[in-house]
Structures are given as structure tokens and as C-alpha cells.
Write a protein that binds this ligand. Structure first.
Ligand SMILES: [Zn+2]
Ligand SMILES: [Zn+2]
Length: 310
């Protein structure tokens, strides 16, 4: 292993000791956004090749895997969740079909970010956005910022919001026409004004708190699509049913990535998506505890903290 990023889901376990609402029964190695060098094995990828890793390990046998919905496999395991030790270690064994060679142009500290980029690519597919449409992105962490860039690439006009000023500023660099440093009703009013009250064609929630999902339904134009990506801290989603019904909204939920890691790598390789600026902090493996503390504090404009394993 070369480098591993600390993701919001790792932080959730770090802060609460819970995974999927259940307490961890034993110590666990974290990490699923990772960069590795292939050492050997039953793979056409030559030893010494730098690779990105697909961390969800589907069964490849069930009905859902067979039809291509590997992200929905009910029998899957996942790196760094209970039952499967994560990537923050010197060596690991991983299925050959779940590694993807990366170009030399991408630095090892950025390779782990290809995994969230693959999720953002899947989100773009699920958005059904069309050329020239207006899109709102609520929440500007790693995946939110990546989605801003991808929606812009797809020919959409993008408005975005986040309570952290540095993140809102970054959204403009990533292609948002407007970025608002607010949440809740203030953000909704500003964003609606941007559409002269009409609403957006696609509203994408990547924040987590329930109010973000509610904001997405309020921002949506009649017939719009609302994409829910954030993980709600209380495991509940509530929004005004009448609002959603009157507008005939379509609500889509996102589950990880769907065979999109290769496309994410191509977007980076061809210079269409730059994600280097998102790797904001770096620590060696023997300071992994400091890395977690730093990432958990969201201090110093932190977006993604990277742990260099070797
Ligand atoms: Zn992650
Ligand atoms: Zn399966």
C-alpha cells in the first residue's frame, strides 16, 4: 500500500465507534480510499504497477451482480468495515478484478481520491442531467465538489452551497456559476432567486443533515430529479410530502459507485477533472492517529487527509 485517504465514513466510525448503527466488536484497520503497488498474483497487471482500488467486494454470483448492479450486491464485503480489515496497512490481498492501473501523471497522494470520483461519476449518471439544465449541489465536501465539476463538464449551469466559506470558494474554482456560503432557508432562497423562482432541474444533496434533503426538494422545479447522496446522522429523511407530490419529483438514492472507477481515471488522465487540490493534508503511517484527529476537526481548510503508508 502507498497511501490511504480518510473519508467521512471512516470518521463516523472513529468518532462514534459504530458502524451501520452497531458497536464495533473488535479493533479494526480503517481505510478504503487507497493507492497501491501490485506486488504479484493472478492478474495481467504487471508487478510494480500503481493501481487504484475498488473497495466494495461483490459476490459476482447473485442476480444483482450478474445484471451489473455490483454496488447493490446484498452479499458484498467492504474494505475497512467490520469483517474486512481496511487498507491502512503495508500489504493486503485484494481481488484482481477490483484494481485499476493509474497513469504516471497522478501523484500517489491523489490516487485515493479516484474512489470518491468514481462515486461522483455514478451520481452524474443517476442525475439524468441534460445539456443546459440548471443543477444545485448542496454540500461541498469531496464528492460535492467533484459533482460540481462533472455537472459543468456535462454542460449544466451549477449553483452550490456549503456553510464552510473555503468550500464554497472552491466550488467556484470547480465550475459553479454561483456558490453560496450558507445552509437552510437562507441558502434555499438565494438559490431559488438564481432561477428567478423557477427551481432547478436537478437538485443534488451531498450534505447529510435532513434539512439538506428538505432544501433539495424545495429548490427542485416541477418534474425535477432529486438525488440523495449524504448519510443522515439520525438515519431518517423527512421533507414536505405536498411539496414533492405537487412538483411530481423523482427521488433517487445513490449507493457507492457502479463500475465507474475506469471512467474516473480517464477523466483525470485526459485533464478534464483535476482533483489534486482536494488532498489538503498528509501524514506518515506512524502518525495515523494525528491524521484522524486532524481530519475529524475539519481544521485548516481540510478537505481530504492522506496517510502515506510507504
Ligand atoms: Zn469513502
Ligand atoms: Zn452479488
Amino acid at each position: 500500500m502507498e497511501s490511504v485517504a480518510i473519508c467521512g465514513s471512516d470518521l463516523h466510525i472513529y468518532k462514534t465507534g459504530l458502524s451501520g448503527g452497531e458497536p464495533l466488536g473488535e479493533p479494526m484497520i480503517p481505510g478504503h480510499e487507497a493507492c497501491a503497488i501490485v506486488e504479484g498474483g493472478d492478474t495481467p497487471v504487471p508487478a510494480g504497477t500503481r493501481v487504484a482500488i475498488e473497495p466494495a467486494i461483490p459476490c459476482m454470483r447473485c442476480e444483482f451482480c450478474v445484471r451489473g448492479d455490483h454496488n447493490l450486491c446484498p452479499n458484498h464485503t467492504f474494505l475497512g468495515l467490520p469483517g474486512w480489515p481496511g487498507a491502512m496497512r503495508e500489504r493486503m490481498v485484494h481481488p484482481a478484478h477490483l484494481i485499476e492501473p493509474v497513469p504516471d501523471s497522478i501523484p500517489p497522494k491523489v490516487v485515493p481520491l479516484l474512489e470518491p470520483l468514481a462515486i461522483a461519476v455514478h451520481a452524474s449518471d443517476l442525475s439524468h442531467a441534460r445539456l443546459g439544465q440548471r443543477v444545485a449541489v448542496i454540500g461541498l465536501g469531496v464528492i460535492g465538489l467533484m459533482i460540481v465539476r462533472l455537472m459543468r463538464l456535462m454542460g449544466c449551469r451549477v449553483i452550490a452551497c456549503d456553510p464552510v466559506p473555503e468550500r464554497a470558494a472552491m466550488a467556484e474554482e470547480f465550475g459553479a456559476e454561483r456558490a453560496i456560503n450558507a445552509t437552510g432557508q437562507d441558502a434555499v432562497e438565494d438559490m431559488l432567486e438564481w432561477t428567478s423562482g423557477r427551481g432547478v432541474d436537478v437538485a443534488i444533496e451531498v450534505a447529510g443533515p435532513n434539512e439538506a434533503v428538505r432544501a433539495a426538494t424545495e429548490l427542485a422545479a416541477p418534474g425535477a430529479r432529486v438525488l440523495v447522496i449524504g448519510i443522515q446522522p439520525d438515519d431518517q429523511i423527512a421533507f414536505r410530502a405536498a411539496t414533492a407530490r405537487r412538483k411530481g419529483l423523482t427521488i433517487a438514492m445513490l449507493r457507492r459507485s457502479r463500475n465507474t472507477l475506469g471512467r474516473a481515471i480517464e477523466l483525470y488522465r485526459t485533464g478534464q477533472v483535476s482533483i489534486d487540490a482536494l488532498a489538503t493534508h498528509e501524514f506518515p503511517l506512524d502518525r495515523a492517529a494525528d491524521a484522524f484527529a486532524q481530519a475529524a476537526s475539519y481544521a485548516d481548510g481540510g478537505i481530504r487527509t492522506i496517510v502515506h503508508v510507504s
